[in-house]
Design a protein around this ligand. Structure first.
Ligand code: SF4
Length: 198
């Protein structure tokens, strides 16, 4: 089994409670108008392939407060994402946060998607809707939460995080305001990825 990944952040302060490992998966066919992450849509654009068990175990060995899985669309690789989460949990006591563009009815009625959601401590679900940037998590709805995470911890801070990976790729992630996002994007050159919760 392979997990198709767009980007990995081994420690991020802008993707959920505390310091988190983050996996943005590659591939999404939902097609939300105005999606911030079009570079994650193609199932064969760049990125990397991983054994999800190995990746989960590796990330579970990092000093973080938990794992965040985003995209792309995690629930379009349900078996691999399930393995990733389970492997992380075998190696780490932290929480798991899942972002998905699918709405609650789809998840609740799809066995594979539901199986993944039930492994998480919190699931933020629903498509990106343009013009809803001022809402918590850009219009996503809290589908599921365990007592290991407080809803207050899920309110995003207006925080922008910039990292550079070993290949020289610059990664921007977090929740800057719309004006800051526009100014930064126009400043950046081709080859720089912007990763937001899809
Ligand atoms: S916002 Fe998320 S679910 Fe929607 S098209 Fe973009 S990656 Fe897919």
């Amino acid at each position: 089994m392979r997990l198709y990944v767009h980007t990995i952040a081994r420690q991020s302060l802008a993707n959920g409670p505390g310091t988190r490992a983050v996996v943005w998966v590659q591939g999404c066919s939902i097609g939300c108008p105005g999606c911030f992450n079009p570079q994650t849509h193609s199932s064969d654009f760049g990125g990397s392939e991983w054994d999800p068990d190995k990746l989960g175990a590796e990330l579970g060995g990092v000093a973080v407060d938990g794992l965040t899985v985003s995209g792309g669309e995690p629930l379009q690789q349900p078996e691999a994402v399930l393995s990733l989460i389970r492997a992380f949990r075998r190696n780490h006591g932290g929480t798991v946060l899942l972002f998905t563009g699918y709405p609650a009815p789809y998840i609740l009625n799809n066995e594979a998607a539901r199986s993944v959601a039930l492994q998480a401590d919190a699931v933020l679900a629903g498509p990106y809707v343009p013009g809803k940037e001022s809402e918590i998590w850009h219009n996503k709805r809290l589908l599921l939460i365990t007592n290991r995470i407080s809803p207050d911890e899920l309110v995003p801070e207006k925080r922008l995080e910039i990292g550079i990976d070993r290949a020289g790729m610059i990664r921007m992630t977090g929740y800057p305001g719309a004006e800051e996002r526009s100014a930064i994007s126009s400043f950046m050159e081709k080859g720089i990825g912007i990763h937001d919760q899809g």
